[in-house]
Ligand binder design. Structure first.
Ligand SMILES: Nc1ncnc2c1ncn2[C@@H]1O[C@H](COP(=O)(O)OP(=O)(O)OP(=O)(O)O)[C@@H](O)[C@H]1O
Ligand SMILES: [Mg+2]
Length: 262
């Protein structure tokens, strides 16, 4: 398996001020990385560099063997806060077709029928074709997140970056979005990076876990990273891991309440 993302001693800055430093890691094709860290740790910053939208860094980062900017067309980025003007009553289908139009780089006044067809296929793949004609703004948080993921898939990405896709959701919606991500992993074999404050719902789809706090704290398999002595360095002495069957779960005191709303 080929490495699709390689970072070596990557230090990312904003106007010369270090946000996150000394990141070294590799991610192989088809792997899913769960990216953890407290508020301000640098999670969103790292995703923006991989997506090719923030380029102030030193060290090395390659995405599909090229600079992140050169690979932009193969990377879909679902931001932490999704800003869709709720004054404009877009339907779900319109929101998803927008993903196909960006790829073509031109403004269409009439959406080509093949893009509409593909949008319906992607919605069908994610099991939400029934929402196609509903106004986006009237959907639940979990439904909105799945529509936004559908929009991201319209550009046929090789890498999918999701910034806190389950943060603002209730447990039931977390489970539906997680099963959507699981289906994408199984059937599309995309390489994914998912940032989260709550690793537990996603643990089953994580091949690798990275813990950052303005620098790399730990990177490896879930078993290697999710250990009491590792997570307690960041989340405090009361944070613990528990093993249930083959899986490791975290009990972390730090609950993230802001952000992630769509
Ligand atoms: N546009 C920006 N300009 C200057 N500094 C920034 C900018 N965006 C982020 N930072 C700084 O970079 C650091 C990392 O922020 P980042 O948003 O990546 O953290 P995060 O791990 O995603 O946090 P959260 O869990 O709150 O989303 C913080 O110190 C933040 O203040
Ligand atoms: Mg963030």
């Amino acid at each position: 398996m080929e490495n699709v993302i390689e970072a070596e001693d990557l230090t990312i800055t904003y106007n010369g001020k270090v946000a996150v430093k000394n990141l070294t890691f590799k991610l192989k094709e088809g792997e899913t990385l769960l990216l953890l860290g407290p508020n301000g740790a640098g999670k969103t910053t790292l995703l923006k560099v991989i997506a090719g939208i923030h380029s102030e860094y030193t060290g090395k980062i390659t995405v599909l063997g090229k600079s992140p900017r050169e690979s932009r067309g193969y990377v879909a980025y679902v931001p932490q806060t999704i800003t869709l003007n709720s004054e404009i009553p877009l339907t779900v289908l319109e929101v998803v077709t927008m993903g196909g139009l960006y790829k073509e780089g031109i403004v269409h006044f009439n959406v080509p029928s093949e893009i509409v067809k593909k949008s319906l296929e992607v919605l069908g793949f994610l099991g939400i074709k029934n929402l196609a004609n509903k106004p986006f703004r009237e959907l639940s948080g979990g439904q909105k997140q799945r529509v936004i993921i559908a929009r991201a898939l319209m550009s046929d990405p090789k890498i999918l970056l999701l910034d806190e896709p389950i943060s603002a959701l209730d447990p039931k919606a977390k489970a539906t979005v997680t099963s959507t991500l699981s289906k994408i992993k199984e059937e599309l074999n995309l390489t994914m990076i998912i940032t989260t404050h709550d690793v537990n719902p996603l643990i089953e789809i994580g091949d690798k876990v990275m813990l950052i706090n303005k620098k790399l704290v730990a990177f490896g398999s879930p078993e290697e990273v999710l250990r009491d002595e590792v997570i307690s360095t960041i989340y405090g002495p009361s944070s613990k891991t528990v093993k249930v069957g083959e899986r490791v779960y975290c009990i972390i005191g730090d609950v993230h309440l802001g952000g992630g709303k769509i």
